[in-house]
Design a protein around this ligand. Structure first.
Ligand SMILES: Nc1ncnc2c1ncn2[C@@H]1O[C@H](COP(=O)(O)OP(=O)(O)OP(=O)(O)O)[C@@H](O)[C@H]1O
Ligand SMILES: [Mg+2]
Length: 452
C-alpha cells in the first residue's frame, strides 16, 4: 500500500463501482467513483489520478476513451480495463492503447487488490527515481552527465547556452572523458531534439567508404553500388550529425566536408546533383587538431568551421572530486540493472579510486566499478574488490604509511629527527640509513635546527 495513491473507478453499474471503491478504500486508497464515461472525463479534467480502473463497455464514452483521456492528463497513469468475458478484440485494442492491465469479469477481489497494489508500488518507485535523478542533475549535472567539479560546472553552463543554438561545436578530450555523451546532451537540449541524432566514426572506415557514408551514392557509382543510398548527412536532416574522431578524416574528404558546411548541400558519390541538407554538426576528437593543422594533416579552414564553439573535457585525474559522484551513480544504475543492493564504497576503497590516475577516464572508472559490483560479496564495495591493477597503482609503497597534505620539508625534518633519535644520535648510522652523505645530513640538521 502506497499512501496518497488516488484511484478513479469508472463503471456504469453503480453497485459495481461502489463495491470496488469499498474494497480499495478499506486498504487505504483514496477512491473516487464515476458511473459514466462522461463523468469520468470531467473528473479527469479536474483532478490527477494515479490509477484508473474502468469498465470497457459503457454508454457513449467507452473505457478506451477514458483510457486515452487519463493518459493525456497524467502520462504515467496506470489504467486497468475491465470487460466481460470473451472480449478478445476489445482487450487487444485496450492493450494497443497502452492499458497496463486487462481484467475479466467476474472480478476476483484479491486479484484486483494485488494488481492495484503492484501498480501503485511500481509507480511510486519510478517517480522517486525520476525525482532523485532530477535533483542530482540540478545539483551536480546536466542530463545524466555527472560532475560537481568547477571545470564540469563551467561546461554545463556553456552547454545550456550553446545547446539551443545551431552552432557547430568541437568537443575535445582524452578517450573516455564523455565526448559522445556531451554531443547527445547538446542534441537533446536543442530545438532539433525531435529530429535524428546520427553519429559517424570517421576513423572506423576507409576513405572510399567514408565518402559514401557521409554523402551517399547513386546506383552504379562504383562496383557494388547496386542501388542508390542516402548518406549520413541526408539521414540527419532536421537533426544533428556527430562526426566522431574527426581528426582522422582523410584530407580529400576534409575538403568535401568544408564545401558541405559552406554550401549547405551535398552531392552523392557518382552524381552531379546537389541536395540541400539541414543539419547541425557536432565533431569530436581526442587528437590535438591545432597540431594536426600545423603538420598540414588537417585543413585549417575546416578546423575554424568546426571550432565555432569548443568544449574541452579535462581528464578525470584533473577533476578528482567527480570520482565519488560518478562511482555512486554507477552503483545505483547497476543496482537497478542487476537487482543487487550495493549501498556504497568503503572509505579506504574510495581513497584508492580517488587517487588513481584513470588513463581511460570515466569509461575506465565505470568499468572498474562494474567489476567491483559483480565480485563484491557484501553490501559495501571493499578494497579487495578493486581490480588488481588499479589497487596496486593506488597503494602506497610497501611498509610506508600513505602520506598526503604535508610539505616535503616537514616530512624530511620529521624523518631526520626520528632517525637520529632511533640511532641514539649517531650521525654516521643515521646518514647511512637515510641514504645521504654525512655532510648533507650535517647541513640538514643545521637547516632544520635539529641540534640538541
Ligand atoms: N561526466 C560523466 N558522467 C557520467 N557518465 C559519464 C561521464 N562522462 C563519461 N561518462 C560515461 O563514460 C563512458 C565513456 O564516455 P564517451 O563514450 O562519451 O567518451 P568519449 O570521450 O566519446 O570516448 P572515446 O574518445 O573513447 O570515444 C560512457 O559510458 C559515458 O556514459
Ligand atoms: Mg567517443
Amino acid at each position: 500500500m502506497v499512501t496518497g495513491t488516488r484511484v478513479l473507478v469508472v463503471d456504469d453499474e453503480r453497485d459495481h463501482a461502489e463495491a470496488m471503491a469499498e474494497i480499495l478504500e478499506r486498504v487505504g486508497y483514496e477512491v473516487t467513483t464515476a458511473t459514466s464515461g462522461e463523468e469520468a472525463l470531467e473528473l479527469l479534467d479536474q483532478e490527477d489520478f494515479d490509477i484508473v480502473i474502468t469498465d470497457l463497455v459503457m454508454g457513449e464514452v467507452s473505457g478506451i476513451d477514458v483510457l486515452k483521456a487519463a493518459r493525456r492528463a497524467v502520462p504515467d497513469v496506470e489504467v486497468i480495463v475491465i470487460s466481460a468475458r470473451g472480449g478478445v478484440e476489445a482487450a487487444v485494442e485496450a492493450m494497443r492503447q497502452g492499458a497496463a492491465t486487462f481484467l475479466e469479469k467476474p472480478l476476483n477481489i484479491e486479484a484486483v487488490r494485488q494488481v492495484v497494489g503492484r501498480h501503485a508500488r511500481t509507480q511510486a518507485l519510478s517517480r522517486r527515481n525520476l525525482e532523485l535523478e532530477r535533483r542530482l542533475d540540478e545539483r551536480f549535472g546536466f542530463q545524466g552527465i555527472i560532475g560537481k567539479s568547477p571545470a564540469m560546472q563551467r561546461i554545463f553552463e556553456l552547454l545550456r547556452q550553446i545547446a539551443p543554438t545551431n552552432a557547430t561545436v568541437l568537443i575535445t578530450g582524452e578517450s573516455g572523458t564523455g565526448k559522445e555523451l556531451i554531443a547527445k546532451a547538446i542534441h537533446h537540449n536543442s530545438l532539433r531534439r525531435n529530429g535524428p541524432f546520427v553519429a559517424l566514426n570517421c576513423a572506423a572506415v576507409s576513405e572510399g567508404v567514408l565518402e559514401s557514408e557521409l554523402f551517399g551514392h547513386v546506383k552504379g557509382a562504383f562496383t557494388g553500388a547496386v542501388r542508390s543510398r542516402e548518406g549520413k548527412f541526408e539521414f540527419a536532416s532536421g537533426g544533428t550529425l556527430f562526426l566522431d574522431e574527426v581528426g582522422d578524416t582523410p584530407l580529400s574528404i576534409q575538403s568535401k566536408l568544408l564545401r558541405v558546411i559552406e554550401e549547405r548541400e551535398i552531392v552523392r558519390v557518382g552524381s552531379n546533383e546537389p541536395i540541400r541538407v539541414d543539419v547541425r554538426l557536432l565533431a569530436a576528437t581526442n587528437q590535438d587538431l591545432e597540431k594536426l593543422v600545423e603538420e598540414k594533416a588537417f585543413r585549417e579552414d575546416l578546423y575554424f568551421r568546426l571550432n565555432v564553439v569548443s568544449v574541452h573535457l579535462p581528464p578525470l585525474r584533473e577533476r578528482r572530486e567527480d570520482i565519488p559522484l560518478i562511482a555512486d551513480a554507477t552503483i545505483r544504475q547497476l543496482n537497478e540493472e542487476y537487482g543487487k543492493e550495493i549501498e556504497g564504497i568503503s572509505a579506504e576503497a574510495l581513497e584508492i579510486l580517488t587517487g588513481y590516475s584513470w588513463p581511460g577516464n570515466v569509461r575506465e572508472l565505470k568499468n572498474a566499478v562494474e567489476s567491483m559490483h559483480i565480485v563484491s560479496r557484501g553490501p559495501v564495495l571493499q578494497v579487495e574488490d578493486i581490480p588488481a591493477k588499479i589497487r596496486a597503482a593506488g597503494r602506497p609503497a610497501a611498509g610506508l604509511p600513505r602520506l598526503s597534505g604535508v610539505s616535503i620539508q616537514e616530512m624530511e625534518r620529521e624523518l631526520i629527527r626520528n632517525t637520529l633519535r632511533d640511532v641514539g644520535g649517531n650521525r654516521e648510522r643515521a646518514a647511512s640509513l637515510l641514504g645521504i652523505s654525512e655532510r648533507t645530513l650535517y647541513r640538514k640538521i643545521k637547516a632544520y635546527e635539529l641540534e640538541e
